[in-house]
Design a protein around this ligand. Structure first.
Ligand code: KG4
Ligand code: ZN
Length: 347
């Protein structure tokens, strides 16, 4: 007689719908099998995300995106599981646009109810941090993470996957907003961050100098930079109406250089204060090529071990919701069907 051990794997379906990306991911035992994201281009013409249009687009996208995530996972895994084989359903509970969050939350809750599966509520900012746990090598705990997105800028100590401590954050605009708002001043469409990144690669970062704030501690401020760029442009355009066109790449390079400097100086200060040398970045702005390079340069100069999520896991995506849900599942951290989404950021 022999005994056999049956190891059951856990399959999680995760949904992200906090802003203008509808995304679904399938994760098996902490391994991401698929991450399918529908971007909403409808907002470009308005220079920013229009909440009502975002909710409507989520409604249109959510079923096809979930379906595509399951199909893709099956293709990769060479399996044939269906929605009935999912062990838990995860969704972004907060923070975000309430109408957008509601679409994902209602969808996840309905599925959980009809399939009789557990529900996992995920905090979007925690998920950005844990995107660093998707691929190998993973950072060891405790690690530091600079999370830079369109709505937030934070330095966080991750003591464990589910125990995060914010040690610094912005007192006004987020880093992503600094990119997007200055891009708008340059006449670039929304979201301007990726375009500033693209043009900056051809420009001289020292061509112009913009204000860097003097904020004590580990907090950030970006409103001074925004004003400094605005006044500078107004003065120069008065002298030469084609100033922006003629200097676009240098302006992008100088703006990006200033934002990265502000971020990296505080991150360095955080490593000194905490003595933690495992350093990650996360969030949409961590897709920025200049910031990625700067992190690696600081890493080799100051002897940090640095980690950056793959591009598709930097901007909003469901894989980061899935990896967070994986750790919550292991801790039996489930949500009740009465759970409701919240626009606010409280952890
Ligand atoms: O994390 P994310 O996708 O959404 C939020 O949770 O806010 O971040 C979006 C932000 C936008 O401000 C966008 O301009 C910025 O990330 N972003 C970038 C780049 N890619 C996205 N900023 C600078 N350089 C990039 N390559
Ligand atoms: Zn985000």
């Amino acid at each position: 007689m022999h005994s056999s051990i049956i190891i059951l794997s856990t399959t999680i379906l995760a949904i992200e719908s906090s802003c203008d990306e509808t995304s679904a991911s399938i994760c098996v035992d902490g391994k991401i099998l698929s991450n399918v994201t529908a971007n909403q281009t409808v907002h470009e013409q308005y220079g920013g995300v229009v909440p009502e249009l975002a909710s409507r687009a989520h409604m249109q996208n959510i079923v096809p995106v979930v379906d595509a995530a399951i199909k893709k996972a099956n293709a990769i895994h060479d399996s044939q599981f269906t929605i009935h084989d999912i062990d838990a359903i995860a969704f972004t509970q907060s923070p975000g646009l309430i109408g957008s969050l509601l679409v994902g939350a209602q969808f996840a809750k309905s599925l959980a109810l009809s399939l009789n599966k557990p529900l996992i509520a995920v905090h979007h900012m925690q998920a950005h941090v844990l995107a660093n746990l998707i691929a190998e090598p993973k950072p060891d705990f405790s690690f530091l993470c600079l999370t830079v997105s369109g709505g937030h800028t934070q330095i966080v100590i991750a003591h464990s996957p589910l125990q995060l401590e914010i040690i610094g954050e912005t007192i006004d605009d987020a880093a992503g907003e600094a990119f997007d708002k200055t891009a708008k001043m340059l006449g670039l469409p929304y979201p301007g961050g990726p375009l500033i990144d693209k043009y900056a690669q051809q420009g001289n970062p020292k061509a112009f100098k913009f204000a860097e704030p003097q904020i004590p501690g580990l907090n950030f401020s970006f409103s001074g930079l925004k004003t400094s760029v605005l006044y500078f442009l107004q003065d120069e355009v008065k002298k030469d109406e084609n100033f922006i066109d003629k200097n676009l790449v240098d302006l992008c390079a100088a703006i990006q250089f200033t934002i990265i400097n502000i971020l990296m100086k505080k991150l360095k200060k955080a490593t000194e204060q905490t003595k933690i040398k495992q350093v990650c970045i996360a969030g949409g702005v961590s897709a920025n090529s200049g910031l990625r390079t700067a992190l690696k340069e600081y890493g080799s100069k100051y002897n940090w071990q640095t980690f950056i999520p793959a591009f598709e896991y930097c901007t909003d995506n469901a894989a980061m919701i899935a990896i967070t849900a994986h750790y919550k599942f292991l801790s039996n951290d489930f949500a009740d069907l009465s759970v409701s989404p919240s626009a606010r950021a409280e952890w």
